[in-house]
Design a protein around this ligand. Structure first.
Ligand code: NAD
Ligand code: FE2
Length: 395
């Protein structure tokens, strides 16, 4: 027995027009959650023009910060409660969407609700006061579909991975107009977040067939279209990658991710490395390790490689799994992706200074138990030092 959760999804070019269609969106007052850059880029204007057409009143909270701090969620929730909307609209990348999901919880459950205490076992009555519509402007996190929120503790800098199905948006509007002009680095980093979502979940302990099917579809789109989305900003390729990120969100949101994300969150929280770069960098190292130590992952990766046309049907599983890893690394080369921690500014000296803290953060991460292999402090230490040097895992 398993569950499959999803918001309603409207996708494709001009999907945003449906924001003013009363058949799909009803409401009178919208609280828009976004950041200052997206206001400057006039993305907010696209949304507000649709609200005006529908005679929906609105206000804009543009205080979202990357790696969203809990203090910003609380400030946003207070403004939201004062405004008393019946629609909350998240416009942005994972940071804006996670901020909106969290302040939605506080708006519905009460401002004194302890957001750190959000876990899968509490019932959160979202949707009673307001619906949440999530509109992604990056193609990566899939946060518009998931029951996860990632927040940052202001005092410790710790990235908190919180899960609750009450945080799944009511609706996602996935329109490539918001990513047509995305800068190259954001395109490659966020796409590798989506790729990590697919590859970690298909080899994780919460493997399930719905998630696997969606992961394979998302990977097919990403392998085919990311190079042109990156190099040429080709609009069709951007649309395919945008859909792939949402499909990958549905996939991992129903299966979860593990070691690569636990490492990524520890690095990202400490050095403010963009999430996609942090998890995408960890991905080949995690793949190398699980290929060496978990026969189930070898079989899964071999099946993925064959289905995606990256290996021959006659290849042995070991050979096909290795070809899958090679294809991931080749795709990284095509989009100028960093291959070692030093490329992201994390030198050996910086790692030395933080290693004990990293190991503790990674082992404490909620996602770690989904990893298909046992994860020890020794493994994490060794892997991080290999990641600094860009050395292939040989242990
Ligand atoms: N909830 C989930 O399921 C989930 C999944 C994966 C990641 N996350 C979290 O999401 C966050 C990362 O989100 P992200 O990678 O989307 O980045 P982000 O939301 O942090 O945005 C990064 C920067 O890109 C800018 N930006 C966004 N869209 C743009 C566009 N179209 N053009 C130009 N600039 C644009 C933003 O203004 C911001 O400055 C992390 O905190 C991560 O932990 C959450
Ligand atoms: Fe992610």
């Amino acid at each position: 027995m398993w569950f499959f959760n999803s918001p309603k999804i409207i996708y494709g070019r001009e999907a945003i027009d449906q924001l003013s269609n009363p058949l799909y969106v009803t409401g009178t007052k919208a609280f828009i959650v976004t950041d200052k850059d997206l206001v400057k880029l006039k993305m907010v204007d696209i949304v507000t023009s649709k609200l005006k057409e529908a005679n929906i009143e609105y206000t804009v909270f543009d205080g979202v910060l990357p790696d969203p701090p809990i203090s910003v969620v609380k400030a946003g929730a207070e403004q939201c409660a004062k405004y008393a909307p019946d629609l909350i609209i998240a416009l942005g990348g994972g940071s804006a969407i996670d901020t909106a999901k969290s302040l939605w919880v506080l708006y519905e459950a009460g401002l004194d609700f302890d957001i750190n205490g959000l876990n899968p076992f509490v019932a959160i009555p979202t949707g009673t006061k307001a619906k949440l519509i999530a509109i992604p402007t990056t193609s990566g996190t899939g946060a518009e579909t998931t029951s996860a929120v990632v927040l940052t503790d202001d005092d410790t800098g710790l990235k908190l991975e919180l899960l609750n199905k009450g945080t799944i948006p009511t609706m996602a509007i996935v329109d490539p107009v918001f990513v047509d002009a995305m800068p190259k680095k954001l395109t490659s980093s966020t796409a590798f977040d989506a790729i990590s979502h697919c590859i970690e979940n298909i080899c994780g302990k919460w493997y399930n067939i719905y998630s696997e099917g969606l992961a394979m579809l998302a990977l097919r789109l990403l392998f085919k279209h990311l190079p042109d989305a990156y190099a040429k900003a080709d609009p069709d390729a951007r649309e395919a990658v945008h859909n792939a990120a949402t499909i990958a969100g549905l996939s991992f949101g129903n299966a979860q991710v593990h070691l690569g994300h636990s490492i990524g969150h520890a690095l990202g929280g400490t050095f403010h490395i963009p999430h996609g770069f942090a998890v995408g960098l960890a991905l080949p190292y995690v793949m190398q390790y699980v290929i060496k130590h978990d026969a189930g992952s070898v079989k899964t990766f071999a099946g993925a490689a064959k289905t995606l046309g990256l290996a021959e049907w006659k290849d042995d599983d070991d050979v096909a799994a290795r070809k899958f890893l090679d294809a991931v690394q080749e795709l990284q080369r095509k989009v100028d992706f960093p291959t070692n921690l030093a490329d992201l500014g994390v030198t050996k000296e910086k790692l030395d200074a933080n290693i004990d803290k990293f190991i503790e953060l990674i082992l404490q991460s909620g996602a770690i138990s989904i990893t298909p292999v046992d994860v020890s402090a020794d493994l994490v230490r060794k892997m991080l030092y290999y990641m600094v040097d860009g050395k292939a895992i040989d242990f």
